[in-house]
Write a protein that binds this ligand. Structure first.
Ligand code: NOJ
Length: 536
């Protein structure tokens, strides 16, 4: 495989900047915090980092409301510091992906401010519309915000503007040539600073159906999402990425349920990869997980793209907590049931055990894998954040019916036995979200060198992945008892059991097991996974 194809098999670590490491003591993660932890990341064996938005932002949605696409928020550091980080990561063999937010800007972005001040050209870069009803008091259409409530907010002159997320995130109008040109220039700005690629926020949202029709009654796809014309945007982006040496790459965030529709973003002249969210949504169930893997591989392979495996990220419940709850497909549960499940007590011991197994599954699959910071420490969702400390706009915008995503965004515990667990230096301000008591054994320091710890399992798995799986070729499914999934790639096999009873393993050398003690006697334990190599 050519060196420029690194993205086809990469293990990428998602660094949620706000919560990764705080060097300056304000309780918020920052660029210098990442720099200080680069040796940790190199020791973990990752190929690349994806850093969540670090641009100047009023932080209405944790930085996904960008006021200046070419800078660094002063709370996070400086452009010089960011350039140094990119350089230092590269010296350690770690590539750097940034997060680009093209669907919307911040309401504090100069363009939106000019639009509010009546500048017609600036206004054309967003979706301003008169309202409906006698005095225009009703929103222009029936679209709802992803965070709750209508997707429209009315401004002083009586018009409304579209925001598929928070009111502080006005949607850009991608029919406007200036919008298109601006983002090509933003890509070049960061590529010129040696950034290796971008994760594209809401990649399927940029282009809206002409006329912004009501969603109700128009069928699929929803007029706000996955419109065919969006692909032209990415053909232009690909040209820019390919004009660099080495070529830069993209990973798309496309929450589209249909694998074939996702694969359209991965055609040879468009994007390189797109998150495959089906495993993140699937229950811990061997048959269901196998179906997800088969579907994802078939669709990606058909367009020559690698599948991109994700178990969690900064938008969803921590995997440990999710796996400790009732395991059902979302579609099989009513809305009430889902809400009840989401707050039911979680069996964290079981959740951890399953999360270890699922990690071995995703690392053994063909394609690329993403690890969300803290998953390598086995962190659980923090579910008792007091209401007044919550920061996710989802909480207020949903009328406090949804707690939002703060629970998976709690600052990382690095060392020590009490908050801030080395996240901030001594004497620092309180962390931006509170950390729980009782994380002393979850810190990176407490797990380092401890056989069987989450962190050591990840370290071993990432090293063995590189050694055995990355070049192992296509996957063949193996015959298994019920509630077991197994495949072979080259001379290595991955077995995962969601069965309640132990299952006999074939003969082979155990390379790694998610619950080491239990593989003795050639048995695959319940809720576990094993990597085997054929003998001889
Ligand atoms: C997806 C991001 O991952 C999420 O955190 C954000 O709220 C929305 N896009 C809106 O930008």
């Amino acid at each position: 495989m050519a060196a420029t194809d690194w993205w086809r098999t990469a293990l990428v670590y998602q660094c949620y900047l706000r919560s990764f490491s705080d060097a300056d003591g304000d309780g918020l993660g920052d660029v210098n915090g990442i720099r200080s932890r680069l040796p940790y990341l190199a020791g973990l064996g990752i190929d690349a980092l994806w850093i969540n938005p670090w641009y100047p932002s009023p932080q209405a949605d944790a930085g996904y409301d960008v006021a200046d696409y070419r800078g660094i928020d002063p709370a996070y550091g400086t452009l010089a510091g960011a350039e140094a980080l990119i350089e230092e990561a590269h010296e350690l063999g770690i590539r750097v992906l940034l997060d680009i937010v093209p669907n919307h800007t911040s309401d504090q972005h100069p363009w939106f401010q000019a639009a509010l001040a009546g500048d017609a050209a600036a206004r054309a870069r967003y979706h301003f519309r008169p309202g409906r009803g006698a005095d225009g008091a009703e929103p222009p259409n029936d679209w709802t915000s992803m965070f709750g409530g209508p997707a429209w907010t009315r401004v002083g002159d009586g018009d409304w503007y579209l925001h598929l997320f928070a009111p502080g995130q006005p949607d850009l109008n991608w029919d406007d040539p200036e919008v298109r040109a601006e983002f090509l220039d933003v890509l070049r700005f960061w590529f010129d600073r040696h950034v290796d690629g971008f994760r594209i926020d809401v990649a399927h949202g940029l282009v809206k159906a002409p006329g912004l029709p009501d969603a109700h009654g128009v069928g699929e796809p929803h007029p706000a999402w996955d419109q065919d014309e969006v692909h032209g945007v990415y053909r232009d982006w690909r040209e820019v990425a390919d004009s660099y040496d080495p070529p830069r790459i993209f990973v798309a965030e496309t929450w589209i349920g249909d694998n074939e529709r996702v694969a359209r973003y991965l055609r040879a002249d468009e994007l390189h990869t797109a998150f495959q969210f089906d495993l993140l949504l699937a229950p811990f169930d061997a048959a269901g997980m196998r179906a997800v893997v088969e579907g994802a591989l078939a669709a990606a392979t058909a367009v020559g793209a690698p599948a991109t495996w994700v178990l969690s990220n900064h938008d969803v419940q921590r995997v440990v907590t999710r796996y400790g709850r009732r395991q059902v497909w979302e579609d099989d549960a009513s809305v009430e049931q889902r809400l009840a499940d989401a707050t039911a007590p979680s069996d964290l011991r079981l959740g951890r055990r399953r999360a270890r197994a699922a990690a071995l599954l995703t690392f053994a699959l063909p394609g690329t894998a993403y690890v969300y910071q803290g998953d390598e420490l086995g962190l659980e969702e923090v579910e008792d954040i007091p209401d007044e400390r919550r920061r996710d706009p989802v909480f207020e915008q949903s009328g406090r019916t949804l707690v939002g995503r703060d629970g998976c965004r709690v600052p990382i515990p690095w060392e020590d036995s009490a908050p801030p667990y080395g996240f901030s230096p001594p004497g620092a301000a309180e962390t931006w979200l509170p950390q729980p008591e009782g994380w002393a054994d979850r810190t990176a320091a407490a797990q380092t060198g401890v056989p069987g710890s989450f962190l050591e399992l990840y370290r071993s798995a990432i090293a063995l992945r590189r050694e055995h799986w990355v070049d192992a070729g296509p996957l063949t499914w193996l015959e298994t008892p019920p509630d077991v999934l197994a495949f072979r790639r080259g001379d290595v096999e991955c077995w995962l059991s969601t069965s309640a009873a132990p299952v006999a393993l074939p003969d082979g050398e155990v390379l790694l097991a998610s619950v080491p003690a239990d593989v003795d006697g050639g048995l695959l334990a319940p809720d576990s996974a094993v990597w085997l190599r054929s003998r001889g």
